[in-house]
Design a binder for this molecule. Structure first.
Ligand SMILES: [Zn+2]
Length: 223
C-alpha cells in the first residue's frame, strides 16, 4: 500500500442543500472519477472491520461526531487504495482536515486538482428549506414546496390525501441555527482554498442542468 503517486484529488464544496451531492454523482460519471463521500468511506471501513473503521464505529455508537484525526485516517487509507482520480464530496469539512489532506498528498506525491464551490446564497437555501412541506403519512413521505412544488389542494397530499406538515427541522430558526454551525467551520475552510489558482466558484442558484454545465466546463479544464 504505497499509494499511486499519479492520483489527483478534486474537491467539491458547498453548503447542505446546495445540490452538491447530486452534481458530484454526475461529475464522477462524466469524468470517470471515484466519488469519495465521507459517509461512504465511513460505512465502507466499518463494514470491512479495519482497525480505524472499528474506532470510528465505537465513536458513532456513543453518538459522537467522528473526530478529524479519525476521518483523516479513513480518507488517507482509502486514497492509498485508489487507482483513479477522486472527487471528494463532504471532505475536507474542517480547516484541520484540509491542512492534513494537503500534507498527506504532498508526502505521497499526489496532487490537489480542482477545488470547486457550488455557491448558493443563504437566503435561497433558507427559502428552499422553510417552504418545504412533507406528507404526515410516513408510509407516503411525499415532499412538496409552497412555491416550487405546491400540492393541488393547500395542506393536503396529492398522493394519499393526508395532511401536510412543516417539520421542526425546516423552520427558519432551525435552519439559521444549523447554518451558523456550518459556517463557523466552513468559512475557515473556504479561506484556506479560495485564493488558490485551482479554486473555482460556480453559481449554484440556477437549474441543476445549468449548474452541471458550469461544473463540466471547470473540470474539463483539467484535461
Ligand atoms: Zn402522502
Amino acid at each position: 500500500m504505497s499509494g499511486n503517486a499519479n492520483i489527483v484529488a478534486n474537491i467539491l464544496l458547498g453548503a447542505p442543500g446546495s445540490g452538491k451531492g447530486t452534481q458530484a454523482k454526475r461529475l464522477v460519471e462524466t469524468f470517470s472519477l471515484t466519488h469519495l463521500s465521507t459517509g461512504d468511506i465511513l460505512r465502507d471501513a466499518v463494514s470491512k472491520g479495519t482497525e480505524i473503521g472499528l474506532r470510528a464505529k465505537a465513536i458513532m455508537a456513543e453518538g459522537k461526531l467522528v473526530d478529524d484525526d479519525t476521518v483523516n485516517g479513513l480518507v488517507f487509507a482509502r486514497l492509498l487504495d485508489e487507482t483513479s482520480d477522486v472527487l471528494f464530496d463532504g471532505y475536507p469539512r474542517t480547516l484541520q482536515q484540509a491542512q492534513a489532506l494537503e500534507d498527506f498528498l504532498s508526502s505521497k506525491g499526489m496532487a490537489l486538482g480542482s477545488v470547486v464551490l457550488v455557491d448558493v446564497p443563504q437566503e435561497v437555501l433558507e427559502a428552499r428549506v422553510v417552504g418545504r412541506r412533507v406528507c404526515s403519512n410516513n408510509a407516503c413521505g411525499a415532499i412538496y414546496h409552497l412555491e416550487s412544488k405546491p400540492p393541488k389542494q393547500a395542506g393536503v397530499c396529492d398522493l394519499c390525501g393526508s395532511p401536510l406538515k412543516h417539520r421542526s427541522d425546516d423552520t427558519a430558526e432551525a435552519f439559521q441555527s444549523r447554518m451558523g454551525e456550518f459556517h463557523s467551520t466552513f468559512q475557515p475552510l473556504l479561506g484556506f482554498y479560495k485564493h488558490r489558482p485551482n479554486f473555482r466558484s460556480v453559481d449554484g442558484n440556477r437549474a441543476p442542468e445549468l449548474v452541471f454545465e458550469s461544473l463540466r466546463h471547470v473540470f474539463g479544464e483539467r484535461a
